[in-house]
Write a protein that binds this ligand. Sequence first.
Ligand code: CP
Ligand code: NVA
Length: 308
Amino acid sequence: MKHSKRDFLRIGDLTLTELRQVLTLARTLKDELKGRRTETLKGRSVAVVMEKPSTRTRVSFEVGVAQLGGHPVVLTTAGSQIARGEPVKDTARVLSGYCDMIVYRTFASETLQEMATHASVPVINALSDDGHPVQVLCDVFTIEEALGRSVEGMRVAWVGDGSSNMARSFVEAAQIFGFHLTMAAPPDYLPPTHEREAAVKAGSLSIHGTIEGAVAGCQAVNTDVWTSMGQEAEQQKRLQAFAGYTLNEKHFAGAAPGAIVLHCLPAHRGEEIDNELIEGSRSRVWSQAENRLHVQKALMMFLMGLAS
Ligand code: CP
Ligand code: NVA
């Protein structure tokens, strides 16, 4: 097994300097190439393995690899031997013989780690129960693009499920990129205690009792679904727990001027966000979705040693 490969299972797998290098390259790819095809990944293949549904992540990685001149191979649970119980460590070794990178969406972080441990090629976390690091890295790019300055020192809000993969990657991103995350979430849906306490102690996270309290002074406000993939059995309980957490324009009265709203999508209008807000002038959700393509292309190039 090669030991020099770089994985991206969490944001902290890259240093801040390296993350900045990826975001700078993404800017160049978006501004200069505008989706034009290059030969950067000529002769290389990337496996995109999806154990949960996906629209944006699947298409942005598949198209991104194609735009870089490589060959994407998409595997879903139902269409592969994963559905019949083939061990992840076997899939990891087999795919490493065919492909130059594995993009992997799964459930438990242990399964993600098993793929990374047994793959001899870089593995990118395309969402797990514990985090959605590519999405949040892309969201940092979108915030900086929309507001025209570095996220460092900003106040950014998280409203809704604070225990979700998205919220947990935002907690991690705040510590690494140097912004302050304010959070409004029901008490039973906060980040795990050790992650929360470490972030609060580091001064990068504060928990607020109201949405208005979290949004006050913020330049960007994020939310996500109340019931994540794999939690469907809890949906009724969650609908009750999150009652009153529907983000709307009124919550922005104390926000910074020009504050934007983000949602990684798919959205449930009338639950975590109301229709007026997601369709309104604060919303950057469509450029947020598009930026998946540019940032992930840059990330793949970086992990393959092709970024400079
Ligand atoms: N935001 C996101 O990851 O969307 P998909 O589930 O459609 O990939
Ligand atoms: N928290 C959501 C994100 C979807 C992109 C989920 O895991 O379903």
